[in-house]
Design a protein around this ligand. Structure first.
Ligand SMILES: Cc1cc2nc3c(=O)[nH]c(=O)nc-3n(C[C@H](O)[C@H](O)[C@H](O)COP(=O)(O)OP(=O)(O)OC[C@H]3O[C@@H](n4cnc5c(N)ncnc54)[C@H](O)[C@@H]3O)c2cc1C
Length: 178
């Protein structure tokens, strides 16, 4: 199925958010016939535009202050990685703090930032790449637009490229990099 305009053109996306009927039609285009028939729509209760940005505060420890989640890193939403990264940071940090108090060992908290950052940069890279593939930006025109289309074509028609996308999309194991 071709991608709807709203997925590749941020201006059209903005327009779709503002035009509820268009949004409902766009949504229905993605459902199978049975689900489409049974979908009940209603007025939106909130509409906003999420800015696309990438950011990492490195290191994630400043003395006795530890950063985790969005306070330490932002990914554009395309890869759906933000909450997953935040949950992993918290898992690593809670383990490290438990180790510090239970075993009197600073190894976990000393290693916390480095342990998180390898995973974070992998997710940043993937989210940045996927966003640059799925959205049109004002500076991307002509040659850049054609490269973007060729990349999308490669992704759809090459098993290797699809596999690389899937590998990154499903995420990394908790022991990644160890
Ligand atoms: C529209 C949208 C869709 C998303 N979809 C996905 C997705 O599909 N998959 C995914 O993995 N991620 C997704 N994310 C990203 C994900 O929501 C965030 O990365 C994640 O919630 C970050 O968790 P966090 O605990 O670091 O921050 P938050 O969830 O923002 O939690 C911070 C909390 O701190 C509170 N707070 C702020 N200031 C103060 C203060 N001064 N005092 C006390 N409390 C304070 C806030 O109210 C908030 O409850 C999405 C984000 C958005 C906006």
């Amino acid at each position: 199925m071709p991608l709807p305009l709203s997925y590749i053109n941020p201006d059209a996306h903005l327009l779709n958010l503002l035009l509820q009927d268009t949004f409902d039609l766009d949504l229905k285009d993605h459902l199978d016939p049975e689900a489409r028939e049974s979908l009940v729509t209603g007025p939106s209760i909130e509409k906003s535009i999420a800015p696309l940005r990438s950011f990492v505060a490195e290191p994630m420890r400043f003395g006795r202050l530890f950063l985790a989640g969005d306070a330490a890193h932002i990914v554009p939403p395309t890869g759906a990685k933000g909450l997953n990264l935040a949950a992993t940071d918290v898992k690593y940090l809670s383990d490290a703090i438990t180790e510090y108090y239970a075993e009197k060992s600073p190894a976990g908290i000393d290693h916390y930032s480095q342990r998180c950052l390898r995973r974070i940069w992998r997710a940043e890279r993937f989210s940045w790449w996927f966003t640059s593939l799925m959205h049109q930006f004002p500076e991307t025109a002509g040659f850049g637009q054609k490269i973007q289309e060729a990349e999308l074509d490669y992704l759809i028609h090459s098993e290797s490229a699809s596999r690389a996308l899937a590998e990154n999309y499903v995420g990394l194991p908790l022991n990644f990099g160890e």
